[in-house]
Design a binder for this molecule. Structure first.
Ligand SMILES: [Zn+2]
Length: 229
């Protein structure tokens, strides 16, 4: 199944996070049936090499898309586009797949936000870049399945990099709430809180539906993608 936000479809976009039942999506070839089933040409889905950075690739013209498609896989952790007929994919297993789009789908973005990317303000930067792409409508956000506060225990060195309000302390342990941290960054970038959805799907706590690095320590990955026909 595909976890998604109905507002994506309303904006004319196809996207979401594929559950683990569909298989390990680490290899691009494994993703092909997912795309073809949805009528998406697999070659129009762009990929990048995720490095826990704050680097965003911009697709403003058809030429940009072809350049990314044909050149060596670039290091990046986010992608934004204003060009129909293209999409992108990311892989996660506890990190956050962050979907952002203008309400009518004129611009859309997908970012791989691990805790390092969140600390580097990737959610804020992605939302700001989308706004700077010349769109006028509201920017909407959907925070896909990731490791939630119930399971994301960290040590003091990691905790110190987050806002105190995003930490949850219990029985001498510290947990990070990535949803709260991302919500705060998106609001700083001008999004309205009611336009941001943060459903509680925990990759680490729900073994049936999700892969989790923290739980399994394997390279098995969930696929998230966004595409505009
Ligand atoms: Zn959990």
């Amino acid at each position: 199944m595909i976890y998604t936000d109905p507002r994506l479809l309303s904006a004319g976009l196809i996207g979401g996070t594929v559950s683990r039942q569909v298989g390990n999506m680490r290899e691009t070839a494994a993703q092909t049936p997912v795309y073809t089933q949805l009528g998406i040409p697999p070659e129009k889905i762009l990929h990048f090499h995720q490095v826990h950075s704050d680097i965003l690739l911009h697709v403003c013209t058809e030429a940009d898309a072809y350049r990314i498609q044909t050149s060596a896989t670039a290091d990046a952790d986010g992608w934004l586009s204003t060009v129909p007929g293209w999409g992108c994919a990311i892989l996660t297993a506890d990190c956050v797949p962050l979907f952002l789009w203008e309400e009518t789908g004129t611009a859309f973005a997908l970012a791989h936000c691990g805790w390092r990317g969140v600390v580097k303000q990737l959610p804020f930067k992605a939302a700001q870049s989308l706004r700077n792409a010349g769109v006028n409508g509201r920017i909407c956000g959907w925070v896909g399945p990731h490791i939630q506060v119930c399971c994301f225990e960290v040590q003091e060195d990691v905790a110190a990099q987050f806002s105190p309000g995003s930490l949850h302390r219990k029985n001498g342990k510290i947990f990070v709430n990535l949803n709260l941290e991302i919500l705060q960054q998106l609001q700083e970038a001008g999004l309205h809180p009611t336009d941001i959805k943060t459903p509680y799907y925990c990759t680490c706590g729900d073994e049936k539906n999700f892969f989790s690095w923290r739980r399994d320590h394997t390279k098995d990955s969930l696929l998230s993608f966004i595409y505009k026909p």
